[in-house]
Design a protein around this ligand. Sequence first.
Ligand code: KDG
Length: 339
Amino acid sequence: ALLLVACGGEEDNTGESQNGENVSASGDGEVKTIRAGIGLNQDHPQYKGLLKFKEIVEEETDGDIVVETYHSGQLGDDRSMTEALQLGSQEVTVPSTAPLANFVPEFSVFDIPFLFPSEEVADEVLAGEVAQDLLKKLEEKDLVGLAYWENGFRDLTNSERPVETIEDFEGLDIRTMENDLHLEAFKTLGANPTPMAFTELFTALQQGTVDGQENPYATIYLENFYEVQDYVSDTHHVYSPFVFLMSKQFYDGLTEEQQQIVRDAAIEAGEHQIKLNREANAEYLQSLIDEGMQYSEISDEERQKMVDAVQPVIEDFKDDIGPDVVDGIYEAVEQAQSE
Ligand code: KDG
């Protein structure tokens, strides 16, 4: 039996027939492995998206590309996994755009507070030229941006008090993503922000190292933050896209057919992920209330005060982000809104 297995047959997935001829559907006869890691956990729509990507890629390549999926920061946080992609020691990760701005500063354009008024406008702008050009910029950093996925509108939680007005931010110790624009925006609102990797966040909330954090409802619920946070407000201060990233080293080693397969799969799995994500974000605010969190709505008037307060920060960051990119995104938002 050993001999039979060694000789191949159905178990043989090297893609080579016995005379060495290449018989694989998509490849060059070599089985390639994609290690895909994210910071969120196995219940999050982001992980369901990765599973979809795995299903499509393994099927389309007849197993010539195998996808191993890792959640909950098993392979690291957004920043360290992105660095691993650059080095070629990991193949896929799906960070928020905010930490990605440490690699390509233009991505901070999505950290402009209150930029997108709705998910529909986000869809339109992310499919447009300015946002798609940003994905191409990643190649200079040994990364390939295959698609935008969705994290979603971010909302504030904390363990101190209901937040309904700007004044309520005063002195709150809030964890932010590792992004300078977020940091400055929260300082301007009166909070005391600390940048931190997502992988350290639950413990920091539990131990009271920080009073609060901001993430979409799906994350707040599925990561059990309601166990260590009492108040939630619909600040909706930023819409976070995810970027489906692949190591350029790995991508360049794929056949053209395989490159097309992973590109299409990242987009198709993304559509699935975004659909599940929207359902989750729509559903889980009620779940948070059911779990005992106190919910505060931000009035239009108070939100406008917040919008006005952060304008100088946006002006300060415009040169760092790139004036053309900032203007281009504002134009795209306006265009999308007028349709
Ligand atoms: O898997 C994605 C997470 O690592 C991270 O991007 C989630 O929004 C996030 C955060 O707050 O860090």
